[in-house]
Ligand binder design. Structure first.
Ligand SMILES: Nc1ncnc2c1ncn2[C@@H]1O[C@H](COP(=O)(O)OP(=O)(O)OP(=O)(O)O)[C@@H](O)[C@H]1O
Ligand SMILES: [Mg+2]
Length: 819
């Protein structure tokens, strides 16, 4: 396209008849039609330049619709082919670089060639002369039709004013071309459609398009209106219905006929009479039903009373299942569902035997205590099955509000019965086995003590008439078999604890876990994932790998999850058809299914360090190893302890410190070390509260280590309480602690002499890989765990790993398996 070097001034290209060359203003959001008027705000640079360069007396310009491209900087090809020659009928400067102009369309023009792009467009244009159309009947009809359609549009769509209609009517006589253009400029069509109308040069065709599109918009408008009408009428209908219902009631009352509300009240009355409750309680309910029949169904009282009555009817007042007290069968079911747990099962069977002989449940409540995932809840479910009773779990962990157990008074908004009555509603019988889960996690706050509510529930002497605040009618709990579960006993309020008979479930050994996985977890998983037992096979090594590298727990809950992950991934492969006949999951495949191991055997990489001892702790999660850390700094003999310790544990720190200091000479520590240094002892996992005296030996060893600058053997774990005179006293939880030591790959376990007898409880396969030392005094502990002084002092008191290793191996070899 020719680009003149210097832009021409408009006066150079105006010729008189038809200005074939004109400056062009692009229109981005509107289309101007011949005969139409357009008001434009001009603010874009190039358009402002254009306006400024046009002399006032020269008011012709061409307006072309811009179809695409950048608004500020359109290219010639962004403009449409057909535009309109227009007169600038008014221009108002709004500011120095902003105008408001009014354009009046004259007639269509076609772009022949763009002559200039900058600083604004100048095009060479060709006039498209209007077509003279003879006034035939057909044309008349078409125009009338378009007019009447537009009339309807004006009626149905408030965006159009009557003014437009009048202008249109006045211009009917101008002929179809003008008429069509006027109408085109009035209708609210999308920009492209408007441009299409402009490009439709033939007036008849233009009119036909207009008729079609107006009809289309009219359909939409009436649809919207109809929708509006329907919504309104449904609201009206409801009001009318309410009104009619009210009238019906009045009429029925006049005629003495029963109405719907009365009929409902009658069924409620029948149901009240059928309830197996005492008559005075029935009397209360009868009164409620009477009130119900007098209330309007839309009142809030109505729904409160109805909700209460419905709840009462849902409660199983008398429904029972038949007990099956067949001990042989019960034993079978327990064995089938749970591997091992011999003692526990035995105890449960004894309990059932007594139940059978006595014929009532007025004995102690069983409480299963043990770490997570050892099968407490599932054992409860198995017992229910063995007895032929329904099973329901009632979780009380985290409950701090008594009303959660006992219900809210029905005057409260949204009141409900408590968890207990809800459990009965859930099972639908009066004699289920209710498992009170996590009784050790029950809380207490200002809203009353939920434990005291449980106390009443679990008391065989009072629980035949338990009153829920919402239900208000005493309910007999005495046919229910309650079993509680807890992770630890310490936090169970003692009145509750006294009422229960504790059965301990301890953690599983690796071998037991493998057996549980093979016999129970995996078959169940496969079934849940729709897999055939032939399709996937876990080798024992794989299971062991999952236990060792991907879990660190006493129970099997995480193991179950890990195996489920594998099963899920295999199921996906099978389902996507890339199935091999059988998937064998071996230890080497675990990484592909489960990712990198979560628990490395850290001990292999660790080495003896100053100020770190390995203690053995017993928490609600089972046994655990616990690293106790200490550091020393210049100071004046103070001790700081951190890690959320209870009082007992703090006292052990003080006792241990005093004892170590009293033995400074034996340990070859200068007393100045104590006088001139502070010591900080930390018990990691700072967020978990810890207490109890059993870390005494580990703390004393830790202090001796930092003060004497002697590393502690990393593969020795210890537990035991100490006295101020250095004697080691026995502690609890030996079995769990030893199992934790084995899980953590410890080599040597130091136990108080007084706990020697407890070692019989520990399964042989756990004991096998471990050395045990029984200690009577703290000095014995030091002898076994602190790196000997002469080793430490080789090479200028620098500890030498290689040297130590030699010594260490020697002593190990010399040691008897179990002393
Ligand atoms: N001895 C076992 N034999 C077979 N399956 C077992 C055994 N012990 C646990 N399981 C299985 O392990 C899973 C977890 O057990 P469960 O939910 O009963 O643990 P829990 O002791 O109640 O734990 P929590 O204290 O966390 O509630 C269950 O699927 C259960 O069937
Ligand atoms: Mg449980």
């Amino acid at each position: 396209m020719a680009q003149p070097k210097n832009p021409k001034s408009p006066s150079e290209w105006i010729d008189d008849e038809f200005p074939s060359r004109l400056p062009i203003i692009p229109l981005v959001s509107s289309v101007l039609f011949p005969g139409g008027v357009l008001s434009l705000q001009v603010g874009i640079d190039r358009n402002v330049r254009l306006l400024k360069s046009i002399p006032d007396e020269q008011n012709l310009i061409a307006a072309f619709c811009q179809k695409s491209g950048d608004k500020e900087n359109p290219r010639p090809e962004d403009l449409s082919q057909i535009g309109v020659l227009a007169a600038i009928v008014q221009r108002l400067p709004l500011s120095s670089d902003r105008y408001q102009i009014f354009l009046q369309g004259r007639h269509r023009v076609e772009m022949v060639q763009m002559l200039q792009n900058e600083p604004y467009f100048i095009g060479q244009l060709r006039e498209i002369a209007p077509k003279p159309i003879p006034k035939t009947l057909k044309v008349d009809n078409l125009m009338n039709k378009a007019l009447s359609l537009f009339e309807k549009l004006v009626e149905s769509d408030s965006k159009y004013s009557n003014e437009l209609l009048n202008i249109l009517k006045m211009n009917m006589a101008e002929g179809p071309d003008t008429f069509a253009d006027l109408l085109s400029s009035f209708v609210n069509f999308p920009l492209e459609e408007k441009q299409m109308l402009l490009e439709t040069v033939h007036p008849i065709e233009r009119l036909e398009s207009l008729v079609d599109w107006i009809q289309r918009d009219l359909g939409k408008a009436t649809f919207d209106k109809e929708l509006q009408r329907q919504i309104q009428s449904s609201i009206d209908r409801r009001e009318r219905e309410n009104y009619l219902r009210e009238q019906l009631r009045v009429i029925q009352d006049e005629l003495g006929e029963p109405n719907a509300a009365d009929r409902e009240a009658d069924t409620y009355r029948d149901r009240v009479e059928a309830l197996p409750v005492a008559d005075d309680h029935k009397q209360t309910l009868r009164r409620e039903v009477n009130r119900l029949s007098q209330l309007s169904a839309s009142s809030s009282d109505y729904s409160v009373i109805k909700g209460h009555l419905d709840t009462i009817f849902q409660i199983p007042w008398g429904e029972k299942t038949e007990d099956r007290l067949d001990l042989v069968k019960a034993e079978e079911i327990l064995d089938e569902r749970h591997h091992g747990l011999e003692k526990v099962k035995e105890r449960v069977l004894e309990f059932l035997a007594v139940l059978k002989l006595k014929g009532d449940l007025k004995g102690p409540i069983l409480c299963f205590v043990g770490p997570p995932g050892v099968g407490k809840t599932s054992l409860g479910a198995a017992i229910a099955d063995a007895l032929g009773r329904k099973f329901v779990r009632m979780a009380v962990g985290g409950v701090t509000d008594e009303s959660e157990i006992r219900g809210h008074r029905k005057t409260y908004i949204g009141a409900m019965p408590g968890k207990l009555i809800q459990s009965y509603i859930q099972v639908g019988v009066n004699n289920p086995l209710i498992m009170i889960d996590e009784i050790d996690k029950i809380g207490k706050d200002f809203r009353g003590d939920p434990a005291s509510a449980l106390l009443e529930v679990l008391d065989p002497k009072q629980n035949h008439a338990f009153v829920d605040r919402y239900v208000e009618i005493p309910y007999d709990l005495s046919h229910t078999l309650f079993i509680a579960t807890a992770n630890m006993l310490d936090t169970i309020p003692s009145p509750l604890r006294d009422r229960m008979e504790v059965i301990r479930l301890s953690g599983y050994t690796e071998n037991e876990k493998v057996a549980i996985a093979t016999k129970h977890l995996i078959p169940e998983l496969l079934e849940n994932h729709g897999l055939d037992p032939d399709q996937i096979k876990f080798t024992d090594e794989a299971i062991l790998g999952a236990i060792r590298d991907y879990t660190a727990e006493s129970g099997v809950r995480n193991l179950e999850r890990k195996l489920a992950t594998v099963a899920r991934k295999v199921a996906r492969k099978v389902a996507s058809g890339t199935s091999e006949a059988q998937y064998k999951v071996d230890a080497s495949d675990l990484e592909a299914y489960l990712g990198l191991p979560s628990y490395e055997h850290e001990f292999a990489e660790r080495h003896p360090e100053i100020g770190v001892t390995t203690g053995l702790a017993w928490t609600q999660y089972g046994g655990e190893i616990m690293f106790i850390e200490a550091t020393r700094m210049n100071g004046s003999g103070r001790t700081t302890v951190t890690g959320q310790l209870g009082d007992v544990m703090r006292e052990s720190v003080t006792a241990a410190y005093s004892y170590v200091r009293s033995k400074a000479a034996d340990l070859e520590i200068d007393d100045k070390m104590f006088a001139e240094h502070d010591i900080h002892i930390h018990f990691p996992a700072g967020a978990i509260p810890k207490d109890g005296p059993s870390a005494g030996v580990a703390i004393a060893t830790c202090i001796a280590s930092v003060m004497g600058e002697r590393p502690v053997r990393h593969d020795v774990a210890m537990t035991g309480e100490i006295t101020l005179r250095g004697k080691v006293l026995s502690v609890g939880g030996i079995k769990e602690k030893v199992m934790a030591a084995q899980r953590a790959n410890i080599k040597t376990v130091l136990l108080p002499e007084g706990n020697r007898k407890d070692l019989t409880e520990v399964p042989d396969d756990v004991k096998k890989g471990l050395n045990f030392f029984f200690v009577e005094r703290v000095e014995d502990v030091w002898k076994e765990s602190l790196i000997p002084l002469y080793v430490v002092r080789t090479r200028d008191r620098k500890y030498d790993e290689a040297e130590y290793r030699k010594e260490h191996q020697k002593t190990d070899r010399e040691r008897p398996e179990v002393r």
